[in-house]
Write a protein of this length. Structure first.
Length: 496
């Protein structure tokens, strides 16, 4: 009976996901908060901070052979008690990132942190009742306070934070990074848990809405792949409903379950002519699948252009992506097929970087630091210092109004001449309006610490609504879209 009631509640919440407010207000300069939410976020994950992974930080696993957060906390409480365990965990959180680390991140063009958290970390553990972490709630009494200190420290460096609900009850997949041993993706068959975590996502949105530098709320990490993902769709819809109750604008990030096009179609279908404020998270690893292990490093590199965020329905129109996790790691089986490791890793990482900088609204390397030494091709600092990963180029000058006017006129003339030859009726002023809107958006973002536009589809939709309102309607919206894309392209050519 309880499970049936939970399913009804979930369906009710998911039945009519509300639209988001426009990412910016047409005709007005974007606010600092809007820029944090919509700029390109070159970033890194704080892996194994609030969701432990033994291979990254191992000290808290001294009393267990297990490798999940639950193994660590349960074994330590059994050995030394709740209070001493709490001290150990709080020391880990508080020492994970130092002021020198924040300074280094800012100096190396890092614009955003993806912060994986567990459901046990939120609001003093108040969402753990009835789940594995319930008995250990006291250990996490101050976790949320510490998370907010991270947000404030990031803000001081003009760095945003993407809150990633990385670990949910029962696990969103069958991996240990869900925090629980023997995770098997049970979250997707537990409607009560999905209701609870959707409610938790809403609580997070409400509690953090006073911060300008929240890049988004990711409602699950690496959802298990499904041919028919009805359960994931219901959960995402419920999260949208809960989050939009208190924050109409914050980006809501969903996992693509390793199938980007599946979720492009879902977002396009759900939002129709509106806008949901959803960002799809795609993870790019080339070291885990048997198919990748069968390739040489060169083959992996050569295939990237054709398989990273490609073959999307209607070219992904209306849908923004982030790459929430990626690395420079290639499996040993691939290296056995030949290659120069230093040269190939550099080419691999740089190729990934360049593709993400164009095709996504942000990217977050896995991961920031390791307890012992460095993590080699998993290690952000090591890869950055070797030049193996590349931030997007920052606008270095402000193009003049004359440059804008000339570029817009030339682009509109070219557009008109092309379609005239095709004998197609067009509205060149609509195309030109898109061009000018994009140029001005990009210029406004560049004034904030050299920021680049990331969520292009969100800003394009917002600009289009402004034009529709001013003109009382627009027939050829596709022209506006093409003009916007060209305007961004030409602004960044003129500004670097």
């Amino acid at each position: 009976m309880q499970q049936a009631f939970s399913k009804l509640k979930l369906k009710s919440k998911a039945s009519d996901a509300p639209d988001a407010a426009p990412a910016v207000e047409s005709g007005k300069a974007p606010t600092t908060k809007q820029i944090y939410q919509a700029r390109f976020n070159f970033g890194v994950n704080f892996g194994s901070c609030f969701v432990l992974e033994k291979w990254i930080f191992h000290d808290l696993f001294s009393e267990t052979d297990g490798d999940t957060e639950f193994d660590a906390v349960s074994s330590l409480v059994k050995k030394i008690g709740v209070e001493e365990t709490q001290k150990k965990f709080e020391n880990h959180w508080n020492s994970y990132v130092t002021q020198d680390d924040w300074n280094w991140l800012a100096a190396h063009e890092v614009a955003s942190i993806r912060l994986p958290i567990g459901y046990w970390d939120v609001d003093g553990g108040s969402f753990t009742g009835g789940y594995k972490f319930g008995p250990y709630k006291k250990v996490y009494a101050n976790a949320w306070t510490t998370i907010k200190k991270f947000i404030e420290a990031a803000a001081a460096q003009k760095i945003s934070v993407l809150i990633d609900i990385h670990a949910v009850p029962g696990g969103a997949n069958d991996s240990g990074h869900s925090g629980e041993p023997n995770a098997d993706g049970a979250f997707w068959s537990d409607d009560k848990a999905q209701n609870e975590i959707a409610k938790m996502a809403g609580w997070i949105a409400n509690d953090l809405k006073g911060y300008d530098n929240i890049a988004g709320i990711e409602v699950v990490n690496e959802a298990s792949f499904e041919n028919n993902p009805k359960k994931q769709q219901r959960y995402y819809g419920a999260c949208l409903t809960e989050i939009r109750k208190s924050d109409e604008q914050v980006p809501v990030v969903i996992s693509d379950g390793w199938w980007p096009d599946q979720w492009v179609k879902w977002v396009q279908s759900e939002q129709g002519e509106g806008y949901l404020g959803v960002v799809v998270d795609d993870h790019v690893y080339r070291c885990f699948s048997d198919a990748d292990k069968a390739k040489s490093p060169k083959q992996i590199i050569d295939d990237l252009n054709g398989d990273v965020l490609t073959n999307l329905n209607d070219s992904g129109a209306g849908v923004d992506f982030i790459v929430g996790e990626w690395s420079c790691v290639i499996d040993s089986q691939s290296w056995e097929k030949g290659g120069n490791r230093d040269e190939d890793v550099k080419q691999f990482g740089q190729t990934e970087s360049k593709l993400f900088n164009v095709r996504a609204a942000g990217s977050y390397f896995w991961t920031f630091k390791f307890q012992s030494g460095n993590g080699g091709e998993w290690d952000f600092k090591t890869m950055f210092d070797k030049g193996d990963i590349l931030p997007p180029p920052k606008p270095s000058k402000q193009p003049s109004e004359d440059e804008l006017n000339q570029a817009a006129t030339n682009a509109a003339d070219s557009h008109q001449n092309y379609w005239k030859q095709q004998k197609t009726t067009i509205e060149p002023e609509v195309y030109k309006g898109g061009f000018v809107a994009a140029w001005k958006d990009a210029d406004a973002f560049a004034k904030f610490n050299g920021s680049r536009i990331g969520r292009k589809e969100a800003l394009k939709w917002a600009a289009l609504q402004g034009l529709i309102k001013s003109k009382g309607g627009v027939k050829n919206t596709w022209e506006f879209s093409q003009g916007y894309d060209e305007g961004l392209k030409q602004f960044y050519s003129a500004a670097v």
